[in-house]
Design a protein around this ligand. Structure first.
Ligand code: PGA
Length: 253
């Protein structure tokens, strides 16, 4: 089965609505000249979602949020629900990014609750997992990834497997300029697919896209995406510039 690659940008806490709109206008022009079968996704901060959906209308560029919540409404100050995101035209959402886990106390259980809620909506979830440097050096990568993936998918109905996207983002490679080598990354992707096979069966697991993230740049994107189990990339820093993000889109197989 050939899985369609995804090139996703995670802008984190960057860009005002006006800056975001400018970015989309610039990216649109660059993408028009690229013949790619990759899905293109940008994940702006919540305040810029509306502007980005509007600017990206009638283009190949899909829009995702960086976070969402497991309840639809109520006394949850500061949260944004899946229904609210959908009402803006948002189609994807990140769940469990390592910065959410490390800085905002998101646990495996919270990630699982968010995922179940997202799968009840029409949004496509991108569930992020990854080990820290300490865990890698302690040879705990397999154990940590297995725990994170299994916990996140707890209670996920098999019929939803086809909508899942996972992202392997080793924490030590995020924003550090230190990328996992393509082989090293692919080993973890293969492990993740093995876990998915165990949960959903061979054929469903074959269809699930697993992205790599962590210091992806125009010069390493194509070798990463050439690996058998790497089905696209989740890009932080290099997604903030339309030129470098377009180069990464061009590198997709
Ligand atoms: P980076 O971030 O590309 O800046 O390393 C990736 C991410 O956190 O999604």
């Amino acid at each position: 089965m050939t899985r369609k690659p995804i090139v996703a940008g995670n802008w984190k806490l960057n860009k005002t609505p006006a800056e975001a709109r400018q970015f989309i206008i610039a990216l649109k022009n660059k993408v028009a000249g690229i013949d790619t079968r990759a899905e293109i996704l940008v994940c702006p901060p919540h305040v810029a979602l509306d502007a980005v959906v509007d600017a990206a209308r009638d283009t190949k560029i899909a829009v995702g949020s960086q976070n969402t919540f497991w309840e639809e409404s109520g006394a949850f100050t500061g949260e944004t629900s899946t229904g609210m995101l959908e009402s803006l035209g948002v189609t994807h959402t990140l769940i469990g990014h390592s910065e959410r886990r490390a800085l905002f106390g998101e646990t495996d259980d919270m990630v699982a609750r968010k995922l179940r809620k997202v799968l009840e909506s029409n949004l496509t979830p991108l569930v992020c997992v990854g080990e820290t440097l300490e865990e890698r050096e302690g040879e705990l990568t397999e154990q940590v990834i297995t725990r994170q993936v299994t916990a996140a998918l707890e209670g996920t109905a098999h019929e939803h497997a086809g909508r899942l996207v996972l992202a392997y983002e080793p924490v030590w490679a995020i924003g550090t300029g230190r990328t996992a080598s393509p082989e090293m990354a692919n080993d973890v992707h293969t492990l993740i697919r093995r876990i998915l096979r165990g949960i959903f069966g061979d054929s469903a697991a074959e269809g699930i896209r697993i992205l790599y993230g962590g210091s992806v740049k125009p010069d390493n994107a194509s070798t990463l995406m050439a690996e058998s189990d790497i089905d696209g990339v989740l890009v932080g820093g290099a997604s903030l510039d339309p030129g470098s993000f377009a180069e990464i889109i061009r590198a997709a197989p």
